[in-house]
Design a protein around this ligand. Sequence first.
Ligand SMILES: *[C@@H]1O[C@H](CO)[C@@H](O)[C@H](O)[C@H]1NC(C)=O
Ligand SMILES: *[C@@H]1O[C@H](CO)[C@@H](O)[C@H](O)[C@H]1NC(C)=O
Ligand SMILES: *[C@@H]1O[C@H](CO)[C@@H](O)[C@H](O)[C@H]1NC(C)=O
Ligand SMILES: *[C@@H]1O[C@H](CO)[C@@H](O)[C@H](O)[C@H]1NC(C)=O
Length: 677
Amino acid sequence: MITKNTTDQVDVLIIGAGPAGLMMAAWMSACGIKTRIVDKRGTKIFNGQADGLQCRTLEIFDSFGFGHRAWRDANHMLEICLWNPNSEGVIQRSDRIADTIPGISHFQQCVLHQGRIERYFLDTISKSGISVERGVMPTKMEFDESLAEEADAYPITITLRHLSEEEATPKQSATSANGAGIEDGLFRSNMAADDTEDIIRKAELNNKANTVEVVKAKYVLGADGAHSWVRNQLGFKLEGESTDYIWGVLDIIPITDFPDIRMRCAIHSASSGSVMVIPRENKLVRLYIQLTTTNAEGGQKFDRSQITPEYILASAQKIMAPYKITYRYCDWWTAYQIGQRVGTNFSTRERIFLAGDAVHTHSPKAGQGMNVSMQDVKAYNLGWKVASVVKGQSDRSILKTYQSERRRIAQDLIDFDHRFSRLFSGRPAKDVMDEEGISMAEFKSAFEKGNLFASGTAVNYGKSIIVVKEGDAAEQGDGSDVATKDKSLQISSKESLATKLTIGMRIPSFKVLNQADARPWQFQELLKSNGTWRVIVFAGNLGSPRQAEKLATIGKSLGGHESFVRRFGPKPNKNETVFEILGVHAGRRQKTTIFDFPEIFRTFDERDGWDYSKILVDDESYHEGHGHLYDNYGIDPEEGCVVVLRPDQYISYIGPVDDYESLDKFFSSFMIVQADP
Ligand SMILES: *[C@@H]1O[C@H](CO)[C@@H](O)[C@H](O)[C@H]1NC(C)=O
Ligand SMILES: *[C@@H]1O[C@H](CO)[C@@H](O)[C@H](O)[C@H]1NC(C)=O
Ligand SMILES: *[C@@H]1O[C@H](CO)[C@@H](O)[C@H](O)[C@H]1NC(C)=O
Ligand SMILES: *[C@@H]1O[C@H](CO)[C@@H](O)[C@H](O)[C@H]1NC(C)=O
């Protein structure tokens, strides 16, 4: 064994390079934080592993600059067909619904191989020199709690072991009779035993090829899966139950006379169970079959080894009869037990965090048949907060909002999952008198509700130090107290100034034009994930002297020497932006120029001249119509408002255009002074 004597220091150490770890790495890369990311697996891309991409996930990808790649490569799903038994017990199409509720996002749900998604992330993080170190696993972790609140300390010490290629490569297909030859996902399914100890033991026996090194970190993220080593070290548990349901998943190129095979379908048969059909890229189709583990008559446990590709297909054939379905090509298959569990604690002292499956596992059909990965969205919530604290811009208090915001969402999702699972697995009711059966109307309504849930756009974070809204912070979150402590800095929002925006939700996107060059943009395209806070002044109709005056007033305050923009802005000579000040007016584009806006909206650079990118207008474009941004946000052009967006595009605050005071108090409650006024 070779022991490195040097001790490496990093700001952030990420353990696990799945969706959650990569999402965290993307933030660190975008914010220029010194980061390492390690994964015990030596190989990366596995067959199968398809992910449903929710609208919100695509919006997030877009904010990191690769949304267009995912959108182009993915299989788009436009319609869901519900199939149910008719009065003779024969399945028929009973409903069609839009797969994504029209109007909620400029993206729609689609499905894509995880390997592709991983590629985009790897390309993105490589731009700042971060790459995944594979075959590297932690074997020891020490945390000096006495240093937890010292901003610049490195309180965590982790020992990393570099494995040999053989040790790090999991077996990918079953050698037994079960589906021999076809790659399966059983080794990483939650039905597989935890192999961490095994790997460590083997590596110790064979310790010649190993290098061991010690890393000191300010922050650690455990994104190391359902069997999380980091979670076990911390002694935290997942709470919740695993149910008696096992899902079988089969990826095939189907040969079938079923007419809706390229649509997302939920098929309930009269008495043979249910199947979910997910059309994928390259003519692949994923079939999800739910199998009850307990045999209803005998009460005997279902034998798991019975689950094979043939078994899953045979079940689909029974459910889909009289239609025929078979295949010549099977790409992948797996089986897993449904368990919806959420972590009791998402971090220890806001220094060592957990994300992804390490803190929340749920069944794959929260996306109603897709493995809609909300895992990554959790890390998306965390990344910018950690970056901002590491950079010394924000106080550590904002880190508490990670657990309060995401644990709540995890619990809501689990509640929903439970209800949906029962409806999906149940036998359809024969008629209204059949109380044991499931009402198909109820199923449809749950499906529609689930669709909104699965889009990710309905997430609404509770009141906290970074979300200014009415109510009780503990009640709206996970019970912890995350409100502003300093009474003198408490402010309130005026949500009535933007009736269709909700504080705590992400800002929806509509078309808006650049004032200087008339180019239309989706508003969200302008809100890149790079760590900046956005103060958006919706100045309204500048033809009105009252609005023009309010704009001048706020511009003067924001641009002033004492302004929070300056106090909390970057240190002189630091090439960073903490705030981006955007102006969106509702006057006529052709009657306005950028010089009608105060200088803070169009900063001047000796070499580069004026900034033309921050002044926008809600007006008709030449080729892409009118976005009606003010209408869609419910903002009165004769009143306007100011909206503060967090770096993750969630709305923190809405207030009057000329209320500079509240903005100043808001940022003062958690930001750290950088420059003396
Ligand atoms: C679904 O995603 C989770 C988390 O990324 C992963 O552990 C699981 O294997 C995936 N399942 C499938 C069928 O892709
Ligand atoms: C974990 O969460 C529980 C319940 O909220 C809390 O009582 C406990 O102090 C937490 N443990 C740690 C180490 O943060
Ligand atoms: C500041 O950073 C931007 C992007 O991060 C870069 O394009 C620019 O060259 C940098 N400017 C200086 C003066 O370092
Ligand atoms: C973030 O992006 C905006 C434009 O989208 C840019 O003005 C700002 O300088 C960027 N901030 C950082 C820290 O790179």
